[in-house]
Write a protein that binds this ligand. Sequence first.
Ligand code: AMP
Length: 610
Amino acid sequence: MATEKVIGIDLGTTNSCVAIVEDGTPSVIPNRGGYKTTPSMVAIAENGKRLVGHIAKRQAITNAENTVYAAKRLIGRKWGSAAVRSSLEIMPYRIVEGPHDDVRIMLRDQVFSVPEVSAYILQEMKLISEEYLGEEVTKAVVTVPAYFNDGQRQATKDAGRIAGLDVIRIINEPTAAALAYGFGRNVERKVAVYDLGGGTFDISILEIGNGVFEVISTAGDTFLGGEDFDRRIIDWLVFGFEKQHGIDLRKDKMALQRLKDVAEKAKCELSSVKETEINLPFIISTGRNEALHLQTMLSRDKLEELTSDLVERTIEICARTLEEAEIAKNQIEDVILVGGMTRMPRVQQICAEFFGLEPSKGVHPDEVVALGAAIQGAALTDEKSDILLLDVTPHSLGIMIVGGYFHKLIEQNTTVPTSESHVFTTVKDNQTSVKILVLQGESDRAEENELLGEFVLTGLRRAQRGEVEVEVQFHISADGIVSVKAKDLETGLEQSITVTATSGLTEDEIKKMIDQNKDYMVDVRAGQEFEKARHQAEKSLEEIESLFPQVTDIIAGSDFGQDAVKKARAVVERTRQAIAAKDLTSLSDATEALNRTLNMFRGVVSKTRG
Ligand code: AMP
């Protein structure tokens, strides 16, 4: 039996990409429009229809409040976090508080969780691959920024489930890029993967050799990416406009969306030209109903000045990760650039300066991550595969101990999967329970780290403090997902959790969303079938219309002929009505009759010719 195909999905902040390995060769699957990447955008149209990808992007300006972009910045985040606070200020769509200290998005009158929005994008990628492969796809490897914490990984996995995908592995984006870079090449070297995408920055140092891809160190910032560069341009434009006209454009959602569009476009253009014109006619009207326009020039130098601290920040993170890995800069033999933002000349230049070598040109920054995910997917299902991926955990893990301190059980940059345990004792006399607070982060103070979850172990024997021993065991899976167990060493009593608290969704909620989405998929598939049938019917209609004049000339002389032409007209009309009614069953019936008539017409014409 053929093994089931596994797709690789790069679920990006700005764009997403899907790839597959066929006959040992990885390739990106283009979408219906022929594009290799699809905007990570979801919208709800006025008629309540869900729009995903390019169609969502095309209507973003006129339907800004109901169009979600950069949802990846919110996934797995807590309501009160800095990331959410800053998104509240800048996103044209409504972000509201969820029931589990999580974030929800309000589009029209419906509330969506962030994993749901991401699920719609994953589902689109699933559909793109199904159309290409002509079969259902249920398994995927999905990539996340290396610096995603446990909550963000869990939430991404949940998104996969909602989309009807079994996410067999979550892998880190830079690691995926290195896999694609090293695949099929017999290289043995230390490489740095510098990944600057739409919303996040990651740097990973890897050692590649004999099919083994070992991550030595990884670091990053999940809140540093192309969106921040765009925002600098927006701020500059808004500031200039306010100075000139005394009007704050941020207050107008449509203006804000147009500014965002134009800022990103200008940024991309400035990667190939030195200066570009920004032109937004009728950006806003004044109180006196007079329209104002925004028109200005932006140079590459100005853009570099506006964003120099952002670029510098990436280099500071690179320096830190090299230091942690105890690797000198000159030991790095190749630098792989990943993510759309690495097209910016200043980014390429600063990387070349810092690492002292020209970045590798062999990989496509937009496609390499999805390709790597597909390679990993194929390797996981092929027993003969000789690819071994050794990734690391980007954050330390531990629990809170007396005095509010953080006790680390697993250190940052430990290879996963891994398990670690430590025996703690009670701290009070007659203590019968312990509360385990599971934390992720690097600070000695527990409160400064991310709380992943908590649970209580009860039923401890009453004794003097320090007498009862509790063993706490941590496990990190190959996906980077954490589970924790606490065991009373006297009684053998255990409590455990798979840390899911921060994904923001309960199991019941996820199950409900999976069901709702199944119905949606049935609708989409039916829609696709209808489109196929419509396409075929329209081809036949076109041909039959072109034959009508000739056939009428030839056979209309007889009663039989008149009747045949009349019947043919009726069949044509029936087909058109079925198309208008979007009814697949009646369209199939009508097309059958239409094709019979068409054959008869063809016969009449060819006989006369003969
Ligand atoms: P990714 O998340 O890898 O798809 O990266 C998307 C980011 O790259 C977005 O912020 C884009 O605006 C940015 N980007 C794409 N093309 C270019 C370009 N030619 N120059 C500068 N930035 C770009």
